[in-house]
Ligand binder design. Structure first.
Ligand code: ATP
Length: 278
């Protein structure tokens, strides 16, 4: 048994390391089905993160030749601000987020973080500053504690629990049959959409990235769940530069800036001013 256990244990460790490297992208980028890969310049350096300003300057992009998905997209997200991306399905909202994570390189214009062109810095360095809360969170066949720890594998059990508290999922976990040891994923306990998203939020809290990319769930959630998620997201996003593909009116209202996309162009840009007394 011991002879078998040791290699299996090693395999488990490596498997976890590999998974953790990919965890941020998760289903949002459908990593395993994509072929394209961006390459670092031979002399690429690290991103020197200072305050978290994001600039898109005349960004043009197409997945396939001849079909432009983004045309001359320009906008600025000031440090710590939240930008809501809205617009019809297929207008290019998620593409903007994928490009900021540098899942693809732009074909025209450039994307800057704190004045540095992201195509000129090391991908690992860029991505270490960015956290992603995807629309559909993948849970691995492991217990809920390890599922949260994927956000930062060096995190202690106590840090995992603190992140779960902040993401408002701790009490739910304590109600599971084996608490934090409860197996989840395909072979374990099934979590609801809202609970899975809170796991993603807890992972992001553990990672504590400087920039947050959020793909808000389109599915309808009951108002209490919705409220809990909004509250935990507000904690993660406070004072962090945030880009959110927004489907909820409440998110749009709270954003510092709203970008309305239409056919890959910014059709409108502004914010909603609601008078205090309303
Ligand atoms: P939704 O609200 O439906 O998620 P969206 O505004 O986020 O839409 P994107 O996902 O950015 O839209 O897609 C913009 C366009 O790019 C769509 O026409 C889509 O079909 C196309 N597209 C997206 N991903 C790919 C891909 N990997 N290869 C080719 N075309 C793609």
């Amino acid at each position: 048994i011991i002879q078998l256990y040791t290699p299996l244990n090693w395999f488990g460790t490596y498997y976890r390391m590999i998974q953790s490297a990919f965890v941020d992208m998760e289903s949002m980028f459908d990593l395993l089905t994509e072929e394209k890969e961006v390459k670092d310049d031979v002399n690429a350096g690290d991103l020197l993160f200072t305050e978290g300003r994001v600039d898109f300057q005349n960004v043009c992009f197409s997945y396939t030749a001849g079909k432009e998905i983004l045309s001359e997209v320009s906008f600025t997200v000031m440090p710590g601000q939240t930008v809501a991306l809205v617009g019809p399905s297929g207008s290019g909202k998620s593409t903007i987020i994928r490009l900021l994570f540098r899942f693809y390189d732009v074909q025209g214009g450039c994307i800057l973080i704190d004045g540095q062109d992201i195509s000129k810095v090391k991908q690992n360095s860029l991505r270490s500053y960015i956290g992603v809360v995807p629309q559909d969170t993948v849970l691995f066949n492991d217990n809920i504690r390890e599922n949260i720890r994927y956000g930062r594998i060096s995190a202690s059990d106590q840090e995992v629990e603190e992140a779960a508290v902040a993401a408002d999922i701790h009490h739910k976990i304590l109600s599971f049959p084996d608490g934090y040891d409860t197996e989840v994923g395909e072979r374990g306990l099934k979590l609801s959409g809202g609970e899975k998203q809170r796991v993603a939020i807890a992972r992001t809290i553990l990672k504590s990235p400087r920039i947050i990319l959020l793909d808000e769930a389109t599915s309808a959630l009951d108002s209490q769940t919705e409220c809990n998620i909004q509250a935990s997201l507000a904690k993660v996003c406070a004072n962090h530069t945030t880009l959110v593909v927004a489907h909820r009116l409440s998110t749009i209202i709270k954003a510092d800036q709203i970008l309305v996309l239409h056919d890959g162009r910014i059709a409108e840009q502004g914010r909603i001013n609601i008078k205090e007394e309303m």
